[in-house]
Design a protein around this ligand. Structure first.
Ligand SMILES: O=C(O)CCC(=O)C(=O)O
Ligand SMILES: [Fe+2]
Length: 201
C-alpha cells in the first residue's frame, strides 16, 4: 500500500487484484454490449464524451451528469462482488464508510480517450464522498491538482500511474480539495476503470 499525498486520506494498492483475476475481469467487462457514448454540452457546444461508459448499480441509484439523468444498469455479478469486497477494504481505512451501491465504468480505447479536470462532488454523493477506483488494462497516469489556485501553488500536481489490477481509495475531503483528470497520452491499448460510489437514495 502506498500513501501518495502525505496528510490526505488517499491510499494506492498497486496489486489489489492478482493478475489472472484482473485479466479475466478486463475481458468480461470489455465484452459488455451496453457501453455508451453520450454527448455532453460544454460552453454551449455539444460533443460525444471522449470515452465510453456504463453506469451500474442498485435500483434507484440514479445520477445526474451534465444535466442528464442516468439510471443504473443492473449489477454485473462480478462487479457486485467487487463492490462488496471494496466496501470491506474501505472500512479498514475509513470509519463508518457507507457500502458502495453504484459504480461508473469508463472505457478508454487508447491514450487519446480521456477525462478532463473535475471533482466527483455531485449532490447525490453527499458532502464527503468516498470513492474506490479499480483500474484494468493499460496503465495511465491519474493526475491530481489542488482545487484552489493557492493550493496549486503550494502543492504541485501529481501523477499516480494506475496499474492493471490496482485500487486507488479516495477518502473524505479529497473531492472537496482536489481535482483529477486522465489526460491524453501516447498509449495504444485500452483501459477500463471502475469508480465505486455511494449514492444517497
Ligand atoms: O479513469 C479514471 O481513472 C478516472 C475516472 C474518474 O475520474 C471518474 O469516473 O470520475
Ligand atoms: Fe472522477
Amino acid at each position: 500500500m502506498q500513501h501518495p499525498l502525505p496528510d490526505w486520506p488517499l491510499w494506492y494498492f498497486p496489486k489489489a487484484l492478482p493478475t489472472d483475476k484482473a485479466d479475466h475481469l478486463f475481458k468480461a467487462l470489455d465484452a459488455l454490449e451496453h457501453w455508451q457514448q453520450p454527448s455532453i454540452t460544454l460552453y454551449g457546444k455539444t460533443h460525444p464524451i471522449p470515452r465510453t461508459q456504463i453506469w451500474m448499480g442498485a435500483d434507484g441509484a440514479d445520477y445526474t451528469y451534465s444535466n442528464q439523468r442516468f439510471e443504473p444498469s443492473p449489477w454485473h455479478p462480478s462487479v457486485r462482488t467487487l463492490a462488496r469486497w471494496l466496501t470491506r477494504l474501505t472500512r479498514h481505512y475509513i470509519d463508518d464508510a457507507p457500502a458502495y451501491n453504484s459504480v461508473l465504468l469508463n472505457r478508454y480505447q487508447d491514450g487519446q480517450q480521456r477525462m478532463g479536470w473535475h471533482s466527483d462532488d455531485e449532490p447525490e454523493l453527499g458532502n464527503a464522498p468516498i470513492i474506490a477506483s479499480l483500474s484494468l488494462g493499460a496503465a495511465r497516469p491519474f493526475r491530481l491538482r489542488g482545487r484552489a489556485r493557492e493550493a496549486r501553488e503550494i502543492t504541485p500536481s501529481q501523477n499516480i500511474w494506475l496499474a492493471h489490477g490496482s485500487v486507488l481509495l479516495m477518502g473524505r475531503g479529497i473531492q472537496t480539495h482536489w481535482q483529477h483528470a486522465l489526460l491524453p497520452r501516447a498509449i495504444k491499448s485500452p483501459r477500463i476503470n471502475l469508480t465505486f460510489r455511494h449514492i444517497f437514495i
